[in-house]
Design a protein around this ligand. Structure first.
Ligand SMILES: [Zn+2]
Length: 394
């Protein structure tokens, strides 16, 4: 067998930094053989300036919105952002498939090896069928009313079925179709719709946008606030949810009693008591929760950042996502780390790299092959320079 030996100024293994001088040994197809000292490695080592990391996991993306790049101005706030996306996504005469193709290629070049991708449509099926990235397709339900819940779920099930024949070969080669039904957000799903999604997603990885704006908690606490504008746009006079007097997360988490793994996305307004509730509820009902941060999108839409230090202090499982090109300038996990490093310089780089690699792989149940340089895995290799610019090596 032919080996490839690579080294750099630093190697992040997925668990932490390797000792100085470590050399990563891989087989031809990118399988990790070992991590050895320079003396044991012998000759023929390729040496790179910078830091080597396992390939990145983008836990939250909307590949199908790639054609909206640069079309929604920053700083609108969430409700106006959503209204613009709804109005613009189908009204444009741009080539949707070309934009999807370019975004997929950019993600691969930026060292991303797995993506948790939100799908409202089947627009990305074709490109995913020949992509080397490992896709987890979250078929996202919007369902505002109990009366039409069953009909809406049936529609999204038919979207989901289009993703199931996809060969999940990538270069990570897990032949399991990955597509689950997921709720869009606490403000767009009626109680009956939540129940049906819970039944349909038992034991699966699911995702939900969570507490992205203060208006979300306000809607659950008082039934008032900015979201009423969104509902009236869709012709609904009432909110989909009952007023509970509690935060949105406390109100909707109890719908998930099917032992799911739940990725909560954004969490910009999540507070300590929400996390404590999530932890207690999760322990009781075998619900595993991950908190996905998309800092560049949060700055773009609401000009705020999630409470990263609080999430760390509470030992939350943290992962990273890019969100879509409608609310980001690029789909790059390295760029998300760059933003977090500027805002939270006290958090070590290796902690953030852990969120971007092994934690993300665990959240998407891909850690059997991805996320770290453990022997036998095939995680991809990405090189970061001193400005954290990424380059795919393998
Ligand atoms: Zn999103």
């Amino acid at each position: 067998m032919k080996y490839r030996k690579i080294a750099a100024d630093q190697i992040f293994t997925g668990h932490g930094m390797a000792p100085d001088g470590a050399v990563l040994v891989l087989s031809d197809d990118g399988t990790v053989i070992d991590l050895v000292s320079a003396t044991d490695a012998g000759d023929d080592t390729e040496k790179y300036p910078g830091l080597l990391s396992p390939g990145f996991v983008n836990a939250h993306c909307h590949l199908e919105l790639s054609h909206l790049k640069g079309l929604v101005p920053p700083g609108t706030g969430l409700v106006d952002f959503l209204l613009q996306v709804v109005q613009k996504r189908s009204a444009l005469s741009v080539d949707v498939q070309e934009a999807i193709r370019d975004a997929e290629a950019d993600m691969e070049a930026a060292g991303i090896v797995a993506v948790g991708d939100i799908c409202n449509t089947t627009d990305t099926v074709e490109i995913k069928g020949r992509s080397r990235i490992a896709w987890t397709n979250f078929v996202e339900v919007l369902s505002f009313r109990d009366e039409t819940a069953a009909e809406r779920i049936a529609h999204y099930q038919s979207v989901r079925e289009q993703f199931l024949p996809l060969p999940d070969t990538g270069y990570h080669g897990m032949a399991i179709p990955r597509a689950s039904l997921v709720p869009h957000a606490p403000y767009s799903i009626s109680p009956r719709s939540f129940q049906l999604i819970n039944e349909a997603s038992s034991g699966q990885v699911v995702s939900m946008h969570n507490q992205e704006t203060p208006a979300e908690d306000e809607l659950y606490r008082s039934g008032q606030g900015d979201f009423l504008r969104l509902f009236s746009y869709f012709g609904n006079t009432a909110a989909p949810n009952p007023v509970t007097g509690q935060s949105s997360l406390r109100s909707v988490l109890p719908y998930f009693n099917g032992r799911q793994t739940l990725l909560l996305v954004h969490n910009t307004c999540t507070v300590e008591s929400d996390l404590q509730f999530a932890r207690e509820f999760g322990a009781k009902h075998s619900l595993e929760t991950y908190f996905c941060l998309c800092p560049n999108a949060n700055l773009y839409i609401e000009n705020r950042l999630p409470p990263v230090e609080m999430l760390l202090a509470e030992h939350a499982n943290i992962v990273l996502g890019t969100d879509s090109l409608s609310s980001n300038y690029q789909l790059s996990i390295a760029a998300e780390i760059h933003t977090l490093r500027s805002a939270f310089p006290g958090i070590p780089l290796e902690t953030m790299l852990g969120w971007a690699t092994l934690s993300g792989a665990r959240a998407l149940k891909r850690d059997d092959l991805l996320g770290s340089f453990d022997k036998g895995k095939k995680p991809g290799v990405v090189l970061l320079d001193e400005k954290l610019r990424p380059k795919k090596i393998i």
